[in-house]
Design a protein around this ligand. Structure first.
Ligand code: FES
Length: 187
């Protein structure tokens, strides 16, 4: 009977090298996504400021009964991976009473390219309007575009409002993508 053939030493070495390379490649394929996840978690620049929560902005009695809008800064806590920054300005909102004695809230950020809209009181007209000084978009008191050729692709962005305890005006503050025809919440 002939004894089984012994593997040659060069075959054994080749097999060892192939296994080692496979192990290293496998390890890297697991390590790279894990490393990306850790970096994304720890990078404070990737953390978003506070938004999307109801924030108490004003008392009902400070809103003019004639429907004139007033601008209110939005202040909230902001956190990143390492720190908490209490009471930071994160935006602003126009509030106004409607004819039905409800409260409407509009983002001050222009939907066209993100400039701040201002309120212009009436100049000989019955009511004032909102105006964006960057590219001259005009909006009515409800935030609707006043010009068919408006540079803004949509009306001003309305925000959800709740009047609590009959006196406190709470607004769900959100930012939206500029330049889009639809309201798209920034996350
Ligand atoms: S940013 Fe407001 S009109 Fe362009």
């Amino acid at each position: 009977m002939t004894p089984p053939e012994q593997p040659k030493s060069s075959d054994g070495r080749r097999g060892f090298i192939v296994k080692t390379i496979a192990l290293i490649c496998g390890g890297f394929s697991l390590l790279i996504p894990a490393a990306i996840g850790v970096v994304a978690f720890l990078n404070p620049l990737r953390q978003k400021s506070t938004g999307g929560d109801f924030i108490k902005l004003a008392s009902l009695e400070v809103l003019p009964e004639d429907g004139t809008p007033r601008k209110f800064p939005v202040v909230a806590d902001r956190t990143d991976a390492w720190n908490r920054f209490p009471d930071e300005p994160i935006g602003a909102v126009f509030l106004r009473r409607t004819a039905e004695n409800k409260v409407e809230a509009l983002q001050v950020v222009c939907p066209h390219a993100g400039c701040s809209v201002v309120y212009e009181a009436s100049a000989g007209e019955k009511t004032g309007k909102f105006f964006c000084p960057c590219h001259a978009a005009s909006f009515g008191l409800g935030g609707e575009r006043l010009d068919k050729t408006s540079p803004s692709p949509r009306d001003m962005d309305s925000l959800d409002v709740e009047v609590r305890n009959n006196t406190e005006v709470w607004v769900k503050f959100q930012n939206f993508q500029s330049g889009a025809a639809k309201k798209i919440v920034q996350t």
